[in-house]
Design a protein around this ligand. Structure first.
Ligand code: NDP
Length: 250
């Protein structure tokens, strides 16, 4: 990111990123902004979004901060009108925000927690599609990415609610991808792989975080799949494999 003369691959794109206050979402927001996108950054923690805004400004980028709770439908629905008025379109939507929930046997998951994790990991992403679909279709190359997990590809005890929501998210994305196939919109899911974040540390408290890539190191696939020339649709993208193929991040 030091070379400001380098070609900016998302120049002029309007990108909405959820869960942008920390971890992988903050890295997506920073990287997209550094690549020339205007980032609409969504999360609850307003202080962290302000810090992100400062970082993006230092990178020479621009952002609009939207402190909001994705569990509130009205807030999600309310995103569309200001986006339409200010930009007239949405080029990139990244549904990254997620909750892990408590790792516990299925029969012991608390009903409130089951609903809460579903609300953020699945329902909010459907509601985002519902709110932004007309704006994505107005883009010359709308790109939608939902952040999934490798957990959907194996059965792991105690990961019940998280795994179930990510499987549902993948079906949501696949179905939407099929619906927009004949348009300029492309919809894919992306698995970051094990990444050094607060969520990962909660899931694996005994793990040495230094053994994991920083979110900034796995951003190549997130950029590639958001570019207008990316034509894949309905794909399951492994971000960590793309990062390895690209070599060490700078
Ligand atoms: P973090 O827990 O570090 O960050 C989660 C983000 O989601 C935060 O920005 C948080 O912001 C936001 N969020 C949570 N609840 C809400 C809500 N109700 N409203 C708005 N925003 C919310 O997680 P990661 O960065 O690790 O994870 C990002 C994504 O990557 C998730 O979907 C996760 O499932 C996935 N993933 C992560 C992996 C990893 O190893 N880290 C591996 C595989 C997948 P705030 O609290 O400010 O609202």
């Amino acid at each position: 990111m030091n070379d400001r003369n380098r070609l900016k691959r998302l120049e002029g794109r309007i990108a909405l990123v959820t869960g942008a206050s920390r971890g992988i979402g903050a890295a997506i927001a920073r990287r997209y902004a550094a690549e020339g996108a205007h980032v609409v950054a969504v999360a609850r923690n307003a202080g962290k979004l302000e810090e992100l805004d400062d970082e993006i400004a230092r990178l020479g980028g621009s952002a609009t901060l939207v402190p909001m709770d994705l569990k509130e439908w009205q807030s999600i629905d309310g995103l569309a009108a200001p986006l339409a008025e200010r930009f007239g379109r949405l080029d990139i939507l990244v549904g990254n925000a997620g909750l892990l929930g408590t790792l516990t046997p299925m029969a012991e998951i608390q009903p409130d927690e089951w609903e809460s994790v579903f609300r953020v990991n699945v329902h909010a992403n459907w509601r985002l599609i519902r709110a932004t679909d007309p704006l994505l279709r107005r883009s010359d190359a709308g790109r939608v990415l939902f952040v999934t997990s490798g957990i959907t590809r194996r059965a792991a005890p105690y990961w019940g609610v998280y795994a179930t929501t990510k499987a549902a998210l993948e079906k949501l994305a696949q179905t939407y991808a099929a619906e927009v196939d004949k348009t300029a919109v492309r919809v894919n899911v992306i698995n970051p792989g094990p990444t050094r974040t607060a969520m990962r540390a909660t899931a694996f408290p005994g793990e040495n975080p230094d053994t994991l890539p920083h979110p900034d190191e796995i951003m190549e696939a997130f950029v590639a799949a958001a570019m207008p020339d990316f034509q894949g649709n309905g794909l399951w993208i492994a971000a960590d494999e793309t990062a390895q193929a690209a070599g060490p991040a700078n």
